[in-house]
Design a protein around this ligand. Sequence first.
Ligand code: GRF
Length: 201
Amino acid sequence: MKKTRIAVFVSGGGTNLQALIDAEKRGELPSGEIALVLSNVQSAYALTRAENAGIKGVWVSKKELGSQEAFEEKVVEILTQEKIDLIVLAGFMSILTKSFTDRYADRIINIHPSLIPSFCGKGYWGLHVHEAALEKGVKVTGATVHFVNEIPDGGKIIMQKAVEVEEGDTPEILQKRVMEQAEWIILPKATEKIAREIANK
Ligand code: GRF
């Protein structure tokens, strides 16, 4: 069976990318292969992780290209060249336009570090998500993998996992627990699920 060709979009450290790479190595991504890592940030450590794993990495600069439209055009060109079937956003800190998300409808997934619909949407990124959860005093948070449409964190939910908030948690401590107990587990699982569905189409 033909494997689903996956592009992982990143902007930062890339621990979720690493979880995907490790899952593929362990044979837990049998329906897909990570064919490309695309970053909008030149210095993203995620690009080093790609290189270390022998995966093609590319940096696309919105600043150099001059506009979001030109950026997305370039990205589409690369994805077409690489015959990408599925895009995984793993800490990709740039909002894609409707024209892009429509073009890849049901072909883009994202990991968000809360149980959607809590603490999501515009402004809820990075530590802000965990700050908001602690401020609200929730006892359970978690992570969500969802399809991407033009609404930030608004697409159909694919997989979720809950994580307990503990006494004395700081945003940093909670962020780490959510990554370890939820994000790094469900992102590879959800990616395999969607990769399998695409491969079977
Ligand atoms: C993660 O918390 C992810 O849920 C969010 O951005 C962060 C990326 O971290 N979308 P990393 O680059 O994968 O380490």
